[in-house]
Design a protein around this ligand. Structure first.
Ligand SMILES: Cc1cc2nc3c(=O)[nH]c(=O)nc-3n(C[C@H](O)[C@H](O)[C@H](O)COP(=O)(O)O)c2cc1C
Length: 201
């Protein structure tokens, strides 16, 4: 099957993307509106971009109105990325409903807000790695239906649970992160293996 994306419904192109690029890590993003309303939502178009300085990316798609997360980041330039572990995956999923801007998804999910050090949005206490971010750049990619905006955030603080880290190495079994597959699918990180990279002389 050869697919020319220009000839297909963007919803089908989306299915090819999310079915192929798997598993995707999940950024569980907490923000604060200018009115002080807390917001929490998951984003799997998420990755690391750069280590010096540490910069991460999330892509936020358009729906009828701008998503609360994008509006809050645009207006306040601050957010926290919380890594999702299997233990609170169901609470994470609860936050992904299309709630009105005045709804606080910490309350919807029962997850616990805890104050950040440098930014105003709270962290998710249940998350074992939390990254306090300041907006680095917003890159508008497309405002067509199923278009999206890329958000680059510079990490100003990492909070890592002492119990899962040794000499800066995070134990993947203790982090127990989940990833996003296509459709409503998820993957656990319980089936791992190692490969040593070749040494080229
Ligand atoms: C696991 C998961 C991953 C998601 N990834 C994305 C994503 O990468 N980009 C996006 O725009 N929406 C994504 N969504 C949907 C948003 O979470 C959803 O639109 C949410 O209501 C946005 O909340 P907000 O309006 O409070 O920002 C995802 C949902 C789930 C459950």
């Amino acid at each position: 099957m050869i697919i020319n994306p220009a000839e297909h419904d963007p919803r089908d192109v989306y299915k090819i993307l999310i079915g192929s690029i798997v598993p995707r890590p999940i950024a569980f993003v907490s923000t604060l509106s200018t009115e002080g309303v807390r917001n929490l939502a998951p984003f799997s178009f998420f990755n690391a971009v750069c280590a010096a300085p540490p910069v991460i990316s999330i892509s936020i798609s358009y729906r009828a109105a701008e998503k609360d997360t994008l509006r809050n980041i645009r207006e306040t330039r601050e957010f926290v990325v919380n890594i999702v572990s299997d233990e609170f995956s169901e609470q994470m999923n609860l936050t992904s409903g299309e709630y009105a801007p005045e709804v606080d998804e910490f309350e919807v999910s029962g997850l616990t807000p805890v104050a950040s050090e440098l930014v105003r949005p709270p962290r998710v206490k249940e998350s074992r790695v939390q990254m306090e971010c300041r907006l680095h750049q917003i890159v508008p990619v497309s405002d067509r239906p199923m278009g999206a905006t890329l958000v680059l955030g510079q990490v100003a603080r990492f909070h890592v649970d002492d119990a899962i880290v040794d000499n800066f190495r995070i134990d993947p079994a203790k982090l127990n992160a989940i990833g996003r597959m296509g459709g409503n699918g998820y993957a656990r990180t319980t089936n791992r293996f190692e490969m040593v990279r070749p040494v080229v002389k």
